[in-house]
Design a binder for this molecule. Structure first.
Ligand SMILES: Cc1ncc(COP(=O)(O)O)c(C=O)c1O
Length: 386
């Protein structure tokens, strides 16, 4: 048999999925592993999807997505962040941010183009860049700087092949957020070097201290930014597969072409459910965010009690504690914690080399499970003798 594409060789299977499969096949595990809300979609949103099916909405929509949804997205972005995207040509509805990321890399990159990725990073950015024949260039960050890159960190990685910078704040896996001032400094750099910014703002609603800054709202950034967002996290809709990309006409139209030939459109029921989320979902979203905030405090306190240093996360639903004190590598720590205490966490090195010495714990689980998991981690640390 002829070999499959060489492009696949450097791309590992997602380490998170590996854990997920392990968890599914082991009883009584408390999983802090997988980053998805434990809430079900709020009933009024699900009902809108069910009603859509019952009323016969079972066909394709416009490749761009329903105009009703694009208008609602446009209004929401204007209302929340003061950015103005034309629903006719500057907004594309996709099957989650995942699809948007993939097709965006394909339209943006030529072979060898470099894209800067801040590590620890969400696991999909680098593979999507490689699938599009681009080269990810890594900027590591440190817990001592709250896992935030400085302008200098980024600038030293810029070459004449650099085309774009990926920003994902609030951040998966660290929970870091960026202050407006810090983003403005990056915006100046982006202008100076003529770069695009891929701003994955899927956790924008999940901030606990201070308001989220939309990167395209910064001076001069709307033309350069491709804003990605969706409903998976904010409205507990991971299984509905619905998201969107906003940007300048040239890019969004090119993305629409790829989307048109590969996906055709996002599921119509999900689009109608997303309309309901935008019309009436503010309160249910806020309730979930308040609950995540409570769980965040519970987990950070529990980790400290267990003797693990943890940078205080300000967004998304993850903590990223240091496990260096244990003397174990991230992988061994996660494996042993799973084997010995039936608690699943994700080894930090999955998110990049500088994630070694850390693990990711999602607090999108019940408070009871958080308390029990923290007790087990404490026991584990005591048994290690640290
Ligand atoms: C940072 C980030 N971006 C994108 C996604 C994927 O989102 P979607 O469900 O919209 O495809 C995730 C999912 O975990 C994520 O954490």
């Amino acid at each position: 048999m002829k070999p499959i594409s060489k492009r696949m060789e450097p791309i590992p299977a997602s380490g998170i999925r590996k854990f997920f499969d392990l968890i599914l096949s082991t009883p009584d595990v408390i999983s802090l592993g997988v980053g998805e809300p434990d809430f079900v979609t709020p009933p009024h949103i699900s009902d809108a999807g069910i009603k859509a099916i019952e009323e016969g909405y079972t066909s394709y929509t416009s490749n761009w997505g329903l105009i009703e949804l694009r208008e609602l997205i446009s209004e929401a972005l204007k209302h929340e962040y003061g950015v103005d995207y034309d629903p006719h040509g500057e907004i594309l509805v996709t099957s989650g941010v995942s699809e948007a990321l993939d097709i965006l890399m394909r339209v943006l990159l030529d072979p060898g183009d470099e894209v800067i990725v801040i590590e620890p990073t969400y696991v999909s950015y680098k593979p999507c860049i490689r699938f599009a024949y681009g080269e990810p260039v890594v900027v590591p960050t440190e817990s001592s700087n709250e896992f935030k890159p400085t302008v200098e960190d980024i600038e030293v990685k810029i070459t004449d092949k650099t085309k774009a910078l990926v920003l994902g704040y609030p951040n998966n896996p660290t929970g870091a957020i960026m202050a407006k001032k810090e983003l403005e400094a990056i915006a100046n750099l982006v202008n100076e070097y003529d770069l695009y910014v891929i701003s994955d703002e899927i956790y924008s609603k999940l901030t606990y201290n201070g308001k989220h800054t939309c990167f395209s709202s910064l001076n001069g950034m709307q033309e350069r930014t491709i804003l990605l967002n969706g409903f998976s996290k904010s409205h507990a809709m991971t299984g509905w597969r619905i998201g969107y990309a906003c940007g300048n006409r040239e890019i969004i139209e090119a993305m629409m072409k790829v989307h048109q030939y590969t996906m055709l459109c996002a599921p119509v029921q999900s689009q109608l459910a997303a309309c309901e989320a935008l019309r009436n979902g503010e309160e249910s979203c806020k309730k979930m965010v308040d609950e995540y905030n409570r769980r965040r405090r519970l987990m950070v306190a529990g980790l400290e009690e267990a003797g693990l240093e943890c940078f205080n996360p300000r967004g998304a639903f993850y903590t990223f504690p240091s496990i260096k004190k244990s003397g174990l590598s991230s992988t061994v720590f996660a494996q042993r914690l799973f084997d010995e205490k039936k608690v699943a966490v994700v080894p930090g090195n999955i998110f990049g080399e500088c994630g070694e010495g850390f693990v990711r714990c999602a607090y999108a689980v019940s408070p009871e499970d958080i308390v029990e998991a923290m007790n087990r981690i404490k026991e584990f640390m005591e048994e290690l003798g640290v």
